[in-house]
Design a protein around this ligand. Sequence first.
Ligand code: AHR
Length: 322
Amino acid sequence: MGRTVRLALNAFLGAALAMSLVVDGHAQDKQITLGFAQVGAESAWRTANTVSVKEAAKDAGINLKFSDAQQKQENQIRAIRSYIAQKVNVIAFSPVVESGWEPVLQEAKKAGIPVILTDRAIDVKDKSLYTTMIGSDFLEEGRRAGRWLEEEYKNNPGPINIAELQGTVGSAPANDRHAGLMEIIKNDPKFKIIASQSGDFTLAGGKQVMEAFAKTYGKQINVVYAHNDDMALGAIQAMEEAGMKPGTDVKVVSFDATKGGFQAMIAGKINVDVECSPLLGPQLMSAVKDLVAGKTLPKRIVTKETVFPQNVAAQILPSRKY
Ligand code: AHR
């Protein structure tokens, strides 16, 4: 090889090496930006979930863009569109409701931005519109509550009249906690849902709906099946104002297992609380990092949860994180 050719080759290799270092340097320093579209601030659960996401992003060194949709799907869609326009690396969101996501998720797909669902599922035919779904199995939560009721009333011939306080209409937890309960009690005619209405997962909503139930059904109600602790706490207030005794005359079944739910169990006013963990932040951030690193994620990551009957509440409360 002639001297001139050798020099030219060395110069070329040097430049290539320098370029790869720059590229490498970039890859190493690259700041990941995550756009997160939250449902709102409707419940103690949601507040704990927001804190978990924000703290985990900070701990993981991820730049978090956060928006609160105030429980409105159109706000969430707007937030997702703005994350697409800002070219974030990953979009994550807790969908307010299950349906109506195809158009905006097609836009994210076209832009090459992966989407992670947290907490709530969506109903789409094309499963490639999201990468993974991290959160609870709400159907199983409903079944767990149903099994508790079966056990609680196994020696009681009934009828057992249930008043149901549903979560947000069309949301995954409302749909599945209802369906899970039905799956268990449908073959036992002594259980009957005599009233069912949405309290939108809020304390005020639960109280308002329960006031109406108490007026219409009064003593006929044996069980209040509240889709979350906030509505259960609102219903307890309404029942007490109506002269009913929650926890004794009327059994109260609830979901989330927040500190507020535990305190109501210790006071004897909630009988069982089915756990639903909002502490999804760390799992979300590690999924985001894996995605950016080009790893393949499992399509579904299910949160581990349990059921807390009233008699364990005092012992467990000190260790509750939300
Ligand atoms: O999606 C989770 C549910 O949403 C929680 O049970 C409820 O408290 C929240 O608002």
